[in-house]
Design a protein around this ligand. Structure first.
Ligand SMILES: [Fe+2]
Ligand SMILES: [Fe+2]
Length: 185
């Protein structure tokens, strides 16, 4: 069975694929294309429920808490002032993107700019964030956390994954991603 860090690294690849869709859909608007509000609603839904609730949920509830507890001030700084701040900033971008999308739906032309600015701000932020986790944060955890703690993180993550699987969460969002890729890439 894959360990929790392997699962989270795989989720990063799905999230990065969504970021590519966001970039291409934004470029289409730039080039004069119409905003498909339902597609942007789906992209925001993917970010909020798959990238944030499902993926960041595991990081925050299971892995990061153990890093803060067991790996000293350097880990605390890296997590509390780095990763968690970036998760929050991502939420702010999405909330502003959603507000802009509502205004676009009402016919406000200028709000297209706020929609693109916020989803692209999110895409830059998350690409950098994911690279940092893959190369620094997760490797730090794997090397430094005691084996028994890593096993505890795995057990909690596996339970969480199974509950989500029963609700069909992973399949729902990966199918959504594939539909958006087929349309935009
Ligand atoms: Fe993260
Ligand atoms: Fe992550």
């Amino acid at each position: 069975m894959r360990n929790s860090i392997e699962i989270m690294i795989e989720e990063h690849t799905y999230i990065k694929r969504l970021l590519k869709v966001i970039r291409k859909a934004s470029l289409d608007i730039f080039n004069g294309g119409k905003v498909d509000a339902d597609d942007f609603e789906d992209m925001i839904d993917f970010v909020r429920n798959y990238a944030d609730k499902h993926h960041h949920g595991k990081e925050e509830k299971f892995l990061f808490v153990e890093m803060i507890d067991h790996l000293g001030p350097l880990a605390n700084k890296l997590i509390t002032h780095g990763m968690l701040v970036e998760h929050d900033l991502g939420r702010l971008y999405m909330s502003d993107a959603h507000d802009a999308l509502d205004k676009v739906r009402e016919g406000n032309e200028e709000s297209k700019l706020d929609l693109v600015a916020n989803v692209m701000g999110y895409a830059y932020l998350l690409n950098r964030h994911i690279d940092k986790e893959n190369t620094v944060v997760f490797t730090f955890a794997e090397k430094q956390l005691p084996k028994v703690i890593l096993e505890k993180v795995d057990a909690s993550s596996h339970r969480f994954e199974e509950e989500a699987m029963e609700k069909g969460t992973q399949k729902y969002y990966i199918d959504m991603l594939e539909r958006l890729e087929a349309k935009y890439l």
